[in-house]
Design a protein around this ligand. Structure first.
Ligand code: INI
Length: 157
């Protein structure tokens, strides 16, 4: 049986990390987790990581698309936090971020990891940004590297 499964270390990978400023106190922890995971676990070189800041999660897909189209990156890690408020705004922002980033991955044919928290409240976001529920930024970064390696394996299988 042939099994294709990507490793996590990707020393030659070129990664763009796109992070939203909205809810920045959470997003900076996601970013810290993502960069730590890329470098320490993924062995990605500092000079091969590009950080891009955008206003909010709604802007992630367009900017991710431009980055993907530049062909300068093997994967994109998108980071943001959408916290439910009293209106339907949450649904629109979270929905666009999610479906937009998915579309970018499919159109550009590179991994676009979804490191966007969509939570009911601030506590849930804090829990997922480096406290008791781990760090979703780090998880997204590692997923991006694994899929980069998996796609490479599929190509050469
Ligand atoms: N952007 C976020 O990243 N998270 C949010 O929770 C959020 N809320 O709730 O409003 C948010 N809004 C801004 C949005 O991403 C856009 O920047 C804005 O609508 C302009 O396009």
């Amino acid at each position: 049986m042939k099994v294709l499964e990507g490793a996590v270390a990707a020393p030659n990978a070129r990664i763009a990390v796109v992070v939203a400023r909205f809810n920045s106190f959470i997003n900076e922890s996601l970013l810290e987790g993502a960069v730590d995971a890329l470098k320490r676990i993924g062995q990605v070189k500092d000079e091969n990581i590009t950080l891009v800041r955008v206003p909010g999660a709604y802007e992630l897909p367009l900017v991710a698309r431009r980055l993907a189209e530049s062909k300068k990156y093997d994967a994109i890690v998108a980071l943001g936090t959408v916290i439910r408020g009293g209106t339907a705004h949450f649904e629109y922002v979270a929905g666009e971020a999610s479906s937009g980033l998915g579309q970018v991955a499919m159109q550009a044919d590179i991994p676009v990891a979804f490191g966007v928290l969509t939570t009911e409240n601030i506590e849930q976001a804090i829990e997922r940004a480096g406290t008791k529920a781990g760090n979703k930024g780090a998880e997204a970064a590692l997923v991006a590297l694994e899929v980069v390696n998996l796609l490479e394996q599929i190509k050469s299988a």
